[in-house]
Design a protein around this ligand. Structure first.
Ligand code: HT7
Ligand code: ZN
Length: 884
């Protein structure tokens, strides 16, 4: 496919002002009738009207009620001579939900018919100007069999509903807000709803509904609570009220992504709606809260103000991820719980986005070109985009950022705009700030791909009581961007004394500054700072809270890192110090044949954290978790996945052994005996207890002791909630304990009718640490044939296939059997669901960093997929970029 380029953007030649749609819904053949009120865009030269259409069949087209001549171009319906500058177009076409395995457009799922229109799914429903800058008012009539589809929903407000002949019924909906086609949605299904009436601050009443399958209603309380919390939060934090009379969330079991923010009618993957203590873990509960928040926040950042074109995707996604992260932090509670959330987000960023930024799919937050837009719903657009927004907030302060948001809505509410418009509004609301004075430089974060490097070196002069800190930045050139210019990088920092005291930060020439933390801004290649009145040699604590998405080399010694691990007042950097100490042990052991060793200093420091009564259990759990194998691999130019696995396993074993008594103490002292609450306090205790149990079972299996596996089995059987049940099961499965098999069998029997729980059952087995005799791989091969397994359902495919392929030692086999399986499955999935296939294909994109024999085997597998004719544009783009 020819690439689409950002520079080629031109305004649409026509506007569609309003749309009347009628659907005669049938899973085999749905008839869509549409009446479009069209106006020529007089700012553009006269030209044919070109409507997009894909996998649909045209029955009839008329302009102003009369026949009009038209022709087809690939993917287009072309009307060369529309009747004037203002006219109505009537179109009738069919589409086939049952055959729509891509899950884009109108598709069938177990409980009914659903739509997914972002990014370009509306054209799979009817012919349209399917681009986000064409915004129209929609009126939608749905007609369907009443028994099979008792619930008929679309965006906006219900105008009327009633019976029709032949057991059918209808509903008519009107959405008063202008919207782009990607926000259109309909649902025709057999569902039930949890309902809640609320009155918001303005005194307006609203109806909130969460629709699920019969039998799932008892799992909707948390989603509803999360929705109410989101509404309250957005009104309090950003003064953004709910603008709709009715806000609906509908859960569907077949969905490519997490959820979709269609105006007033959010459609969700069941994974992010359904949660009960018996079937969902604490992580699932958190996921529901954050995705419900994310989609709700889109109502303003995405829907009220939308993207001019898809290159601006981060305008809505980066900003909305930032907002959902802030929401979750505010919901979590105090500083420690906030830090835990931040650590979690940064872990994700560094594990997924940093590699993306260094690989063949690297692209700027605002990409310059794409082949398949679905491939650009990436960690860069979402998570790095959120970091860019966070840096803006750091540069202008929280209040300044809120002022900027207000100005953004004053200027652009109701329009389709660009990332420049957003940055300009935040800057203009904060004149004199570093964002405003350095805006053009700051915007390089949108334009340049890759992760910048920051080097920091300090020199202490005891005599002068001065500490000189030199910060410099550089960025690797890339094929598309051989020259990279410096960024504006906010570095939140402190200086920590040898006893852990936070030192006052006074810069040379400054009087009166007495804080112990400040934001330093690097805006060129190099910056030198001189701190005065420094009485003791400090340890710099830089990039607190991960204030910028960079790779930092601060040259700190082990002793410095141990000081930070013990004392830093910034919880993020405390955690970071521990991770770096563990990482350096791993990196030291990976190249050689020498065994990896956890030295006394690190073990003692970790023990001190574990036993510290002033620290939150959730934070302890994070500090005591080793960097993942994948993260270790990313630090190396060439990686041997099996060696990294061996080192990781060895260190885990030592952590289990050397802290054995501490783990036993942690397990006993962090039991939750009260009723289940998915809050940060309880979930932190469960997380630590489960980590401890995992360590104890691992050690017991290694030493032939049966006590802890027995205890884990007992806990698995008796657990009062899914977090503890799955935690105990994972302890057995990960340690390859004998009791794992009966536990897995029992788990399956207990939850055979709960699809999301069976997903966990698959994922757990596919993600277990691989053994020398390849037990995980053998199990995965068998599970692919399990009667409950299907590649058609994205959640199920992800649970087994993606979990396995994200399990480095199981996937990167020396006999290349993992890669052969990857190629086979990418090709098979691609035929039905290209979006899912291209995501699977991406798991191989870091192949050039593999050592031999993996690298050659991976290239061969990629070439096998690339050689396949009829590959989708999505998957083709990924494999060809990988092989470039
Ligand atoms: N804005 C939504 C994106 C989305 C999507 C994109 C492509 C294909 C399928 C999709 N489902 C949802 C989700 C979000 O970021 O909120
Ligand atoms: Zn989003």
């Amino acid at each position: 496919a020819t690439p689409v380029r950002r520079q080629d953007y031109t305004a649409p030649a026509y506007w569609i002002r309003s749309v009347e749609l009628t659907f005669d819904l049938d899973p085999g053949k749905t008839i869509v009738t549409s009446r479009l009120v069209i106006e020529r865009n007089l700012d553009t030269p006269p030209q044919p009207l070109k409507l997009q259409g894909e996998d649909i069949t045209l029955l009839r087209v008329q302009a102003n009620g009369e026949s009009v001549s038209f022709r087809h171009e690939p993917g287009l319906l072309v009307i060369d001579n529309p009747p004037g500058d203002n006219f109505t177009l009537d179109i009738r076409n069919t589409c086939c939900p049952d055959k729509n395995t891509q899950l884009s457009g109108l598709f069938s799922s177990d409980s009914g018919l659903f739509t997914q229109c972002e990014a370009e799914g509306f054209r799979r429903i009817t012919y349209f100007l399917d681009r986000p800058d064409v915004m129209a008012v929609y009126t939608v009539t749905l007609r369907a069999d009443k028994k099979r589809y008792p619930v008929l929903l679309s965006n906006g407000n219900l105008l009327e509903q009633g019976p029709l002949d032949n057991g059918r019924h209808y509903a008519k909906w009107h959405d008063p807000f202008r919207k782009p086609s990607y926000l259109f949605a309909l649902v025709a299904a057999d569902l039930v709803a949890r309902e809640q009436l609320i009155r918001t601050r303005s005194g307006r009443d609203h109806l909130l509904q969460v629709y699920v399958r019969r039998g799932d209603l008892d799992k909707t309380e948390h989603a509803m609570n999360s929705l109410i919390a989101s509404i309250i939060w957005d009104e309090a934090r950003f003064k953004l009220p709910l603008d709709l009379e009715r806000f609906m969330i509908v859960a569907v079991g077949d969905f490519n992504m997490g959820a979709m923010e269609n105006k007033g009618l959010n459609i969700f993957n069941t994974k992010y709606v359904l949660a009960s203590p018996a079937t969902a873990t604490d992580t699932d509960f958190m996921g529901v809260e954050s995705v419900v928040g994310h989609e709700y926040f889109h109502n303003w950042t995405g829907n009220r103000i939308t993207c001019r074109d898809w290159f601006q995707l981060s305008l809505k996604e980066g900003l909305t991820v930032f907002r959902d992260q802030e929401f979750s932090m505010d919901m979590a509670g105090g500083p420690s719980a906030r830090a835990v959330k931040r650590i979690d987000d940064v872990r994700g960023l560094r594990q997924v986005q940093f590699p993306e930024d260094a690989g063949p799919m690297a692209h700027p937050v605002r990409p310059d070109e794409y082949q398949a837009i679905n491939n650009f719903y990436t960690a860069t657009v979402y998570e790095k985009g959120a970091e860019v927004v966070r840096m803006m907030q750091t540069l202008v302060g929280r209040e300044g950022f809120e002022r900027g948001m207000t100005l953004y809505f004053q200027r652009h509410d109701g329009f389709a705009v660009t990332c420049d418009d957003f940055a300009q509004a935040i800057a203009d609301a904060n004149p004199g700030s570093m964002l405003s004075t350095r805006l053009e430089t700051f915007k390089r974060w949108y334009a340049q791909a890759g992760t910048p490097h920051v080097e920091a070196r300090g020199r202490y002069d005891a005599e002068q009581r001065r500490y000189v800190l030199t910060l410099s930045q550089w960025s690797s050139p890339s094929a598309q961007q051989p020259v990279k210019l410096p960024y504006v990088i906010p570095v939140v920092m402190g200086l920590v004394g040898p006893e852990g005291q936070a030192l006052t930060l006074q810069l040379e020439g400054e009087y009166g500054h007495s804080g112990t933390e400040r934001v330093i801004v690097i805006d060129d290649e190099r910056l030198e700072l001189v701190f005065v009145n420094v009485d003791v040699p400090p340890v710099p604590s830089l990039l607190r809270g991960f204030s910028a998405p960079v790779r930092l080399d601060d040259g700190l010694s082990d002793a410095d890192l141990l000081t930070l691990l013990r004392h830093d007042s910034d919880a993020f950097n405390r955690w970071e110090a521990g991770q770096r100490l563990a990482l350096s042990r791993m990196l030291a052991a990976v190249p050689g044949a020498a065994p990896a060793v956890l030295d006394d200093a690190l073990v003692d420091a970790l023990r001190a954290v574990l036993r510290d009564p002033s620290l939150d259990p959730a934070f302890k759990e994070l500090v005591l978790t080793l960097p993942t194998e994948r993260y270790v691999a990313e630090q190396l130019d060439t990686s041997d996945p099996q060696r990294i696995h061996a080192v990781h396993q060895a260190l885990q074993a030592q952590l289990a052994e050397r802290l054995h008594d501490d783990w036993a103490w942690a397990f006993e002292h962090h039991q939750v005996t009260e009723g289940y609450r998915p809050d940060s306090e309880q979930s932190g205790r469960r997380a630590l207890a489960n980590r401890a149990l995992g360590m104890l079972v691992r050690h017991a299996v290694a030493t032939g002791d049966a006590v802890w596996p027995g205890k884990a089995y007992g806990r698995f059987k008796e657990a009062a909630n899914m977090t503890d049940r799955l935690g105990a099961l994972a302890a057995l499965v990960d340690a390859h304990a004998e009791l794992a098999a009966p536990a897995l069998e029992r788990f399956h029997t207990l939850f055979k009718d709960e699809a999301l729980v069976i997903d966990k059952w698959f994922a757990l087995q596919a993600g277990a640490p691989e053994t020398a005799d390849g037990r995980v791989f053998t199990r995965v091969k068998a599970l692919l044939k399990h009667p409950d397994f299907s590649l058609k359902n994205p959640n199920r495919a992800r649970s087994l296939v993606f979990s396995f392929m994200n399990n480095p030692a199981a996937f990167h086999r020396s006999d290349a059997a993992g890669y052969a399986l990857w190629a086979e499955l990418v090709i098979e999935i691609d035929a039905a669901n290209p979006q899912l296939a291209s995501r699977l294909a991406r798991l191989m994109e870091r192949w050039r960093r593999l050592a031999e024999p993996w690298q050659s085997a991976a290239r061969e597998a990629l070439a096998r997929v690339a050689a396949k004719p009829n590959l989708s544009d999505d998957t083709r783009e990924v494999v060809s970029r990988a092989l470039e």
